[in-house]
Design a protein around this ligand. Structure first.
Ligand code: PLP
Length: 395
């Protein structure tokens, strides 16, 4: 049979789901630059800058700060396989999908998870954590999600970390959706181990996982009694390539062009200023929220704990939420996300992440959602959403 398959050209979309988010053209351009060797002195110079840029994004001086060569889930796994030893008790706070994955990671490392169960759509409750730690003095580690992408809830990293430290536990924090989108201060808040992803508020290509480890976390890893079960993610080995004062010895072939992209995405973040990026996410979230509420739609998470970058919107009664998403994609090239787990069919997830967090996208989303819902005779008010958003932009 003759092969007739041709080049793949993806359709043009606007990505306003839970990630990936739209990529700045400067990042795509960086990715297409010529490949060089992953041990080339020029590449090694770029790696040094990458560490500085990641330290800025995380607001940390942690020497062990690097991008794991795999998606956010591998960042999660890197933290767990290195910090959990067989027999360890780990308190895992679950208020959405990603906390559930943390629990599974603990089990697969031979640890014993003790779960702090919180309502989906609510932040993790520090009092519940405190009570659990009192009941489990043997616990060595606490894990929780900063920005729960499955619900849009933001947990108080600083307070949860204080509670954990008061009980002699280190913390592992998931900030895959938090990094670059809302306030995060790794050193000021005392976080021990943290992982992120590149395709959410950093607006880079998927497939890399920035991570950072405090001195206390590094000491714990170095003092392990059992070897890390994963060869690829064993930081004792990875440190020879990425670590502080590393010989840059071959460990695996770094995803060179993807790292050019992350470097550029982080340069963009530095140019904008981290706090300005946080404020921009907040500002466009306010406009989107005003428009959605003017339409008669409601957000899942209460105001004090909402993530600006991930807006969980309740689906009105009787509306076929999958058809709404289908029409948005077909007519407007607009992608928004569905609910997961117990929230499947009950919410949409509208992302305002990184490069995609802008006025044009807010207005497109409000217009398109209103038009589709009116066509489907959904119980919403037409004509108010865009003016409400404009009032926010007018100040
Ligand atoms: C997206 C996400 C992940 C997983 O990241 P991948 O890059 O898809 O592996 C983990 N945690 C949270 C909170 C996320 O939003």
């Amino acid at each position: 049979m003759p092969m007739t398959i041709q080049s793949f050209h993806p359709p043009v979309r606007t990505l306003m789901g839970p990630g990936p988010s739209d990529i700045n053209p400067r990042v795509l351009a960086a990715m297409s630059r010529p490949i060089i060797g992953h041990l080339d002195p020029a590449f090694v110079g770029m790696m040094d800058q990458m560490k500085d840029l990641l330290q800025y994004a995380f607001q940390t001086c942690n020497a062990l700060t690097l991008p794991v060569s795999a998606p956010g889930s591998a960042g999660m796994e890197t933290c767990f396989v290195n910090l959990v030893e067989p027999g360890d008790t780990v308190v895992v706070c679950i208020n959405g999908v990603f906390g559930m994955r943390m629990k599974e990671n603990v089990e697969r490392c031979g640890g014993t998870p003790v779960v702090v169960e919180c309502d989906w759509g609510r932040p993790v409750d520090p009092q519940q954590l405190e009570d659990t730690l009192k009941a489990h003095p043997e616990a060595r580690l606490v894990a929780f999600v900063h920005a729960e992408t499955s619900t849009g809830a933001c947990s108080d990293v600083k307070t949860l970390t204080q509670v954990a430290h008061a009980h002699d536990c280190l913390v592992i924090v998931d900030t895959v959706t938090g990094l670059g989108g809302c306030e995060l201060r790794v050193d000021d808040w005392g976080v021990d181990a943290i992982y992120s992803g590149t395709q959410k508020c950093l607006s880079c290509t998927p497939g890399l996982a920035p991570v950072s480890f405090s001195e206390a976390a590094v000491a714990r890893i170095k003092a392990r009694k059992h070897p890390v079960q994963s060869w690829f993610m064993d930081l004792n080995l990875v440190m020879g390539y990425w670590g502080p004062n590393a010989k840059r010895a071959y460990h695996h072939t770094a995803p060179i062009n993807a790292l050019y992209a992350l470097h550029e995405a982080l340069v963009l973040l530095q140019e904008e200023g981290l706090e300005n990026a946080w404020a921009r996410h907040r500002h466009h979230h306010e406009a989107l929220k005003a428009g959605l509420e003017a339409m008669g739609l409601n957000l899942l998470v209460d105001e004090a704990h909402r993530l600006p970058q991930l807006n969980a919107v309740k689906v009105p009664d009787g509306v076929d939420e999958a058809r709404v998403r289908g029409l948005l994609l077909e007519r407007y090239g607009l992608e928004i996300g569905a609910g997961l787990g117990p929230l499947a069919g009950k919410i949409w997830r509208i992302g305002l992440m990184g490069f995609g967090c802008n006025r044009k996208n807010v207005q497109l989303c409000l217009h398109a959602l209103e038009a589709v819902l009116l066509e489907m005779n959904a119980p919403i008010e037409g004509g108010h959403a865009l003016p409400a958003a404009s009032r926010i932009y007018a100040g």
